[in-house]
Design a protein around this ligand. Sequence first.
Ligand code: ATP
Ligand code: FE
Length: 331
Amino acid sequence: MILSIESSCDDSSIAITEIETKKLIFHKKISQELQHSIYGGVVPELAARLHVEALPKILEECKEYFPKLKAIAVTNAPGLSVTLMEGVTMAKALSISLNLPLIAVNHLKGHIFSLFIEKEEIFPTTILLVSGGHTQIIEANSFDNMKILATTIDDSFGESFDKVAKMLGLGYPGGPIVQEKGLKGDENRFDFPVPLRQSPNIEFSYSGLKNAVRIQIEKLEKEEISEQDICDICASFEKTAVAHIMQKVKKLFKTKSSKHFAIVGGASANIRLRSAIEEFCKTKEMTLFLSELKYCSDNAAMIGRVALEQYKAKDFTTAKDIDVKTRLKEF
Ligand code: ATP
Ligand code: FE
């Protein structure tokens, strides 16, 4: 079995995965959303302190499997350095004390492999990764051959939901709250411009849309902003945010084709995005893969699933050599 640890942002999670069967034997996650909510975003120092409390608590619960472990896996990039270090330090200590090899896992590969938890992988697949820190289209040909086809030049899709929620004083994480409010709103009330509409490049940008929303909120706040105004802003913003992705995805598929398409990452839970992509996949006769909702946001099960592949390939590191990286340019 492999024990895997995830602490790249505001979720403390540990999983144990059986090597032969890919079965998830143990999985637990403690989220810090409530604690960060009042700040409208993740406070790194607070997140690190909360990992210090949560990770040992979870580890206590899976001690019975220690004698069966063959490796320790941990997310080492990308993410917040102070929170990554909490997981990595725990992994180092376990690897030294249990005399086990260490596996350093790329968090974004984790999001991709959330599709394949307790399953065989399916490649080649074109993947839309939408999370708190990333908005990317990836051509995944195999475990070792993944190419980024498009990325964002500023904010990410998920982050734009967080920022809109923050501007409206709705709390964190913004995605589910904005989605919920949007369901009660009029998506056509505000005409926010779709980002990079005229640009021939396949890339994303969310800071302009965020500013357009900010200006609209400021206008409304001159009077009193009503609950209906908030719902209408959320619906109009979400419609534009998804339209931007869809325009670029459609543009990309003018010059390429694929048998499989997948959406991964925390923001892949977005219903409007899911149904727009579903429609598009039908027209292109592509099979769409989605990870289970509980595996969309950060979790150690997806890190364990990646670690299975690295274990097979003997892709190990040591407590001395592992380091954390806040950003990764490529896979
Ligand atoms: P990264 O994986 O890029 O390092 P992260 O791990 O912080 O970033 P995830 O946990 O994968 O991000 O996803 C969290 C993000 O997903 C948040 O920005 C959140 O607002 C967004 N999100 C969650 N649910 C929804 C939703 N229904 N609609 C839109 N966004 C959503
Ligand atoms: Fe993530």
